[in-house]
Write a protein that binds this ligand. Structure first.
Ligand code: NDP
Length: 280
């Protein structure tokens, strides 16, 4: 049986569908547009932003990049967000993380109109997710749910263990799984006896940011293993949070890095831009 959850292939399919949806909107003279704000010169961010622009272009989503200097002031950033909120041409806004010290990312996210918050990070959208209401869902957890659905992997009644509790991955993942009736455990750096907990997981989702941290000893036989991690080694090679070679034998399904959750995340971002456009 094929064990690989092919995020790359599903993301391609989603992009194809979105392309048609965008053409449909274009016929009605509606042109979905995403505005991306990047501040400073973070090398990883520059790669992510470039990938997003490439995918937007492929789908036919218009793309506007705002590159701000490292020493940008908070009120300048808030003014720009406000301008974009008020622009009828812009349907989605995101601020690429990390932003320089001295700027408050929470304030920036809060300033984005919840109806244009295609990253799903605004407190209103996170709150709605907690209440299981229609909202913009954070793109990585949303992509993971879509990938599980594609392979008919039901999460209902399963024990899902999420390792990592960040606002952008771990916490919304917990909520999205709970909304699908999984029994969810969330682990983090203060968790005691982590392997004892991960070994109980029917579905194990790892978003830690530590290369090959999850080894086969930490995984139950036949578990579904989702690797969110993107860890760039000194050699430039990208690895996940899971020791893929070791865990592959034990898992029933596993996502590769690269080619798993990364492409799904960008596809779901574009999905959210189209959703935002349709609801304007
Ligand atoms: P953060 O650094 O914000 O969060 C990491 C989480 O892992 C924290 O909750 C932290 O715990 C926990 N953690 C760290 N060390 C341990 C440990 N030894 N044991 C248990 N838990 C631990 O990272 P993100 O959530 O932003 O990202 C996680 C990874 O996913 C990164 O590699 C990132 O690059 C990648 N990523 C990939 C995406 C994709 O598209 N594929 C999208 C977003 C992120 P604590 O809260 O206690 O500090």
């Amino acid at each position: 049986m094929e064990k690989i959850l092919d995020g790359k292939a599903l993301a391609k399919k989603i992009r194809e569908n979105l392309k048609n949806e965008v053409l449909e909107l274009n016929r009605k003279n509606i042109f979905p547009k995403l505005a991306v704000i990047m501040i400073g010169n973070d090398a990883s961010s520059a790669i992510y932003v470039k990938n997003k622009s490439k995918v937007a272009e492929e789908i036919g989503i218009k793309y506007e990049e705002h590159l701000l200097a490292e020493n940008t002031k908070m009120d300048e950033l808030l003014n720009l967000i406000n301008e974009l909120n008020n622009s009828k041409d812009i349907h989605g806004i995101l601020v690429q993380s990390p932003i320089p010290n001295g700027l408050d990312i929470n304030e920036a996210i809060k300033a984005i109109s919840p109806t244009k918050d295609v990253d799903g990070f605004h407190p209103i959208n996170v709150g709605k997710l907690a209440l299981n209401q229609d909202c913009f869902v954070s793109c990585t957890p949303y992509g993971i749910i879509k990938l599980l659905e594609e392979y008919n992997i039901s999460v209902e009644g399963k024990h899902a263990v999420v390792v990592g509790r960040s606002n952008i991955v771990g916490k919304p993942m917990m909520l999205a799984l709970l909304n699908k009736n999984a029994t969810v455990t969330v682990c983090h750096s203060k968790t005691k006896n982590l392997p004892e907990i991960t070994k109980q997981a029917d579905i194990l989702i790892c978003a830690i940011g530590k290369s090959k941290f999850i080894t086969k000893e930490m995984v139950k036989t036949n578990a579904v293993v989702i690797d969110v991690g993107i860890n760039r080694g000194e050699d430039g090679k990208v690895t996940g949070d899971v020791d893929f070679e070791g865990v592959y034998e034990k898992a029933s399904y596993i996502t590769p890095v690269p080619g798993g959750i990364g492409p799904m995340t960008i596809a779901m971002l574009m999905n959210n831009v189209v959703k935002a456009t349709k609801s304007m």
